[in-house]
Design a protein around this ligand. Structure first.
Ligand code: AMP
Length: 281
C-alpha cells in the first residue's frame, strides 16, 4: 500500500475511464506511450521523447488479450505491475499511468470489424493470424479514449508502427512518432519477453544480430537477393539451431520487397527456445 501512495504523489494512476476522462480534460498537449507492461529501457526511451515534445505524458499498461494468437504466449507474458510503477515513477517524466481493465477498453466496442488489406498480410501478419487486427483494434479504442496529440512507438516493432500509423493518422488528428530501437550491450533489441530467455540464449541472440548485420551488407553485391536470403535463412537455422519464420529485405517506406539496401530493412523473426523474437536491421 505504501508503495502505491508514494507513487501517487507525482504520478497519477488512472484505474478506470471515469478517472481518465476527469484527469485528462484540462490537457490538450498529451503524449501517449502505449505498452503491455514489463517496462524496460526501450519503453523509457519513448517516454523521454514524449517528455521532450509534449506537455504531459501518459503511459498505458494493458495486456491486450485480443492481439495474442497463442494462448500460451499470453499466459507466459511477463507481468509485474508493482515493479513497472516503481520504474515509471523513478523517471519523474510520467504524469499519468492508465491501467484499464478489459471492460474499460471493450465495453462499448461491438465485434471488431478491422481487417488487413491483402498486401499487408506479410511478415508477422502472415505468421500471427489476427495479431495486427487486435493491435489496430486496441490502438483505435485507446486513441478515441485518450485523444493524444502524439503517440510514441518503437521501430523495434516496425510492421506494427507502419500499420498503426497508416490506420490512425487517417482517422484522427494524432501524430505517430517513430522511436529508434534500444539494444542491450550485445545489441539484442530490448523486449519484455527477453526475461523469459536464458543468459546463454540472449548471448546467442547477440551473435545472430551481428550475423544479420553482415548478411544485410552482403546483399549489396548479390544478383538474386531473394535466393541469397533463402540460403542464408537455411544456414542460420542450421548453425544456430533456430526456427526462422522470415528473413526478408523490404523497403522501409512501403514494406514492399526491395533489391536495394538504401531505404531498406532486413526483417527477421525467429524462435529461440520457443520464445519468438523479431528484429529489423
Ligand atoms: P510493448 O510493451 O512490447 O507492446 O511495447 C510498447 C512500445 O514500446 C511499442 O511501441 C514498442 O515498439 C516499443 N518498444 C518495445 N521494445 C522497444 C525497444 N527495444 N526499443 C524501442 N522501442 C521499443
Amino acid at each position: 500500500m505504501f508503495y502505491l501512495l508514494n507513487i501517487l504523489i507525482q504520478m497519477k494512476i488512472l484505474l478506470n475511464n471515469t478517472s481518465l476522462f476527469k484527469s485528462l480534460r484540462p490537457f490538450n498537449d498529451l503524449g501517449f506511450v502505449p505498452t503491455m507492461g514489463g517496462i524496460h529501457k526501450g519503453h523509457l526511451s519513448l517516454i523521454n521523447k514524449s517528455k521532450k515534445l509534449c506537455k504531459k505524458t501518459i503511459v498505458s499498461i494493458f495486456l491486450n488479450p485480443k492481439q495474442f494468437n497463442n494462448k500460451k504466449d499470453l499466459k507466459s507474458y511477463p507481468r509485474n505491475i508493482k515493479n513497472d510503477l516503481i520504474i515509471l515513477k523513478k523517471t519523474k517524466k510520467v504524469d499519468f499511468v492508465y491501467l484499464p481493465k478489459f471492460k474499460d477498453i471493450y465495453k462499448n466496442n461491438k465485434e471488431s470489424k478491422i481487417t488487413l488489406n491483402k498486401k499487408d498480410k506479410i511478415l508477422c501478419a502472415k505468421f500471427r493470424k489476427g495479431h495486427f487486427e487486435g493491435v489496430l483494434d486496441v490502438m483505435n479504442i485507446l486513441t478515441k479514449i485518450i485523444k493524444p496529440n502524439k503517440i510514441f512507438m518503437g521501430e523495434k516493432d516496425f510492421q506494427q508502427l507502419y500499420l498503426v500509423k497508416k490506420f490512425l493518422e487517417k482517422k484522427y488528428p494524432t501524430k505517430i512518432i517513430a522511436c529508434k530501437t534500444i539494444r542491450d550491450k550485445n545489441k539484442v533489441a530490448l523486449s519484455s519477453r527477453n526475461v523469459l530467455l536464458k543468459k546463454s540464449n540472449l548471448y546467442k541472440a547477440g551473435k545472430i544480430y551481428k550475423k544479420l548485420v553482415n548478411i544485410k551488407k552482403n546483399t549489396n553485391n548479390k544478383k538474386n537477393i531473394f535466393n541469397f536470403l533463402i540460403k542464408q535463412k537455411k544456414q542460420l537455422e542450421i548453425n544456430y539451431k533456430i526456427k526462422i519464420d522470415y528473413l526478408e529485405l523490404r523497403n522501409k517506406k512501403n514494406l514492399k520487397y526491395t533489391k536495394k539496401i538504401i531505404n531498406s530493412r532486413l526483417f527477421v523473426s525467429y524462435y529461440l527456445n520457443k520464445i519468438r523474437l523479431i528484429d529489423n536491421i
